[in-house]
Ligand binder design. Structure first.
Ligand SMILES: *[C@@H]1O[C@H](CO)[C@@H](O)[C@H](O)[C@H]1NC(C)=O
Ligand SMILES: *[C@@H]1O[C@H](CO)[C@@H](O)[C@H](O)[C@H]1NC(C)=O
Ligand SMILES: *[C@@H]1O[C@H](CO)[C@@H](O)[C@H](O)[C@H]1NC(C)=O
Ligand SMILES: *[C@@H]1O[C@H](CO)[C@@H](O)[C@H](O)[C@H]1NC(C)=O
Length: 483
């Protein structure tokens, strides 16, 4: 008997220990993936998943640089032993550009019943242009698959992923708990049909942060059964804004509650903050929603609740929506509307909206305060401030002249918006001041300026701090806020 054979159990033990104590890496190239973007690598992805899934320790599937054509990948986690599977992607995953290949599928890349899955980096390219052209020309086209789907899953972490030119929605979170999306970049042309950025439904504890989304449909859409959703630091545009809905198509429908949307810029979008429901009977609801610190730059419908939603105006239902909308807060919403009526509440006749509150809503249309329209939301609106100048300081001209830098805080609205927008455009993974409420500081400028110059953050050229008041200098303007 050779030495090796005699000691084989020992070798296996050492081998096992070595691998068990470290993270197992599964490189898709060793499973036969080809990086020229031409040969279908679907099988390699699924084989690497099977191996990672069977691992008793944390496992990493590695996708090196290069382009990988994938006709479809289905990752089921039902029987996985590994409790932590990471996809580390340096390359680009390409969908077939011919929509006849996968156009009838519901999903392109789908994770189902997985727990503890992370995706770091990478680009998903749905190559949707041919399908969009088909849809736009009105031919008989397939619907196209969702780009990346997580279904019936929990503890998901997505960081630094780019998803572009999806045939349908880019990212779908369905029936999931505890999902974090950070530093995600979604891009598709403004005229590409049904290319929603991120759609969340039947899910709770989902957060979407520090992300830039430009699409031909909603940047983020929120479907039935969504609760405890957190959206923060998002640049949206082009697209149709951030939408709750459409809801209320079904009679039996779980509601949407506890959604926070803060520190968002909308640039040239069709809508900003939207809630939309069909005018049909439903037991659905929308409640406990906060929209805060939002900048609108040339947005067609900055704030809209539409309970008569009917996009193509064909066979519209007129039953009056059964979806009950309550406790929606809009706080510190500023910027420019592309239309005269910047705030539209068109609520259900049967179930008027209640508990709608607007604080510091300052929207302008062509340098004039924009208008608001209201139906069936009247009696219950509170704290509503008629949109006025974007300048939230005391409007006394004398004071502005005396203390131009300080009191003009938000004087140049366009510069402010540009600055904010440029800022958000580069926001991936940056710390951003979030609770900015520009106010008149109780200190003269000299005192503030002579206070400690704190250096600059990514929002400003310089900022100062005095007794909790912060003054930010950014280019030609200065703003002051209290944290
Ligand atoms: C996903 O979850 C929903 C709701 O819990 C359930 O009805 C459905 O059967 C599940 N699907 C799968 C594939 O497990
Ligand atoms: C609302 O959702 C947030 C997460 O987005 C969570 O931290 C908070 O506890 C939830 N509030 C309630 C009352 O459930
Ligand atoms: C509400 O929507 C209906 C249906 O689209 C429309 O006819 C009506 O004019 C709208 N009302 C307001 C106040 O916008
Ligand atoms: C704003 O200006 C008006 C008119 O000059 C003045 O009466 C009022 O006290 C000022 N309010 C604040 C908060 O400074």
């Amino acid at each position: 008997m050779s030495f090796l054979v005699k000691h084989l159990p020992l070798f296996f033990t050492i081998f096992f220990l070595l691998f068990n104590s470290s993270i197992a890496i599964y490189d898709i190239k060793t499973y036969g993936a080809t990086s020229n973007g031409k040969i279908d690598s679907s099988k390699a992805f699924v084989s690497a998943w099977a191996a990672a899934c069977a691992s008793t320790s944390p496992a990493t599937i590695y996708v090196p640089q290069g382009s990988y054509l994938v006709k479809g990948a289905y990752f089921n986690g039902e029987t996985c032993k590994s409790k932590a599977i990471t996809l580390r992607i340096d390359g680009t995953i390409l969908a077939p550009s011919d929509y006849n290949v996968i156009g009838k599928e519901e999903n392109w890349i789908k994770f189902e019943r997985v727990a503890g899955v992370s995706i770091y980096g990478g680009t998903l390219d749905g190559q949707g242009a041919n399908l969009w052209a088909c849809k736009t020309s009105g031919n008989n086209c397939p619907q196209g698959p969702m780009g990346l789907t997580f279904s019936n899953s929990s503890n998901i972490n997505i960081r630094g992923l780019t998803s572009k030119n999806s045939q349908m929605f880019h990212i779908l979170v369905d029936n999931c708990q505890n999902v974090k999306l950070q530093g995600v970049k979604v891009s598709a042309p403004g005229n590409s049909p049904n290319t929603d950025g991120i759609h969340v439904q039947y899910s709770s504890r989902v957060s979407i942060m520090n992300s830039r989304i430009g699409t031909g449909d909603d940047c983020i859409s929120i479907g039935p059964g969504t609760s405890n959703l957190w959206i923060e630091n998002i640049a949206c545009g082009p697209g149709h804004g951030i939408s709750i809905g459409s809801l209320g198509w079904d009679v039996e429908e779980p509601g949407v509650q506890n959604v926070t949307v803060k520190t968002v810029t909308f640039t040239g979008t069709q809508n900003g903050l939207r809630v939309k429901t069909w005018a049909r009977s439903s037991n659905g609801f929308v409640r406990n929603i906060l929209f805060q610190h939002v900048v609108m730059a040339n947005v067609q419908n900055p704030i809209i609740i539409d309970q008569n939603y009917c996009p193509n105006n064909e066979n519209c239902p007129h039953q009056g929506s059964g979806v009950k909308i309550s406790d929606i807060k809009y706080r510190d919403i500023r910027g420019t509307s592309a239309t005269e009526v910047a705030v539209k509440f068109n609520c259900s006749k049967k179930y008027p909206c209640s508990g709608i509150s607007l604080e510091d809503v300052n929207l302008r249309y062509r340098d004039q305060p924009a208008e608001a329209s209201c139906a069936n939301a009247g009696g219950s609106a509170s704290g509503f401030q008629k949109p006025t100048k974007i300048n939230t300081n005391n409007d006394s001209d004398d004071e502005e002249q005396e203390q131009p830098d300080l009191w003009m805080a938000m004087g140049d609205a366009n510069a402010y918006i540009d600055k904010l927008y440029n800022h958000y455009a580069d926001l991936l993974d940056l710390a951003v001041p979030t609770n900015i409420t520009p106010t008149v500081a109780p200190y003269p400028l000299e005192e503030l300026s002579s206070s400690k110059r704190m250096g600059h953050n990514d929002f400003s050229d310089y900022f100062y701090n005095l007794n909790g008041w912060t003054t930010v200098e950014a280019g030609a303007y200065t703003t002051t806020y209290q944290e």
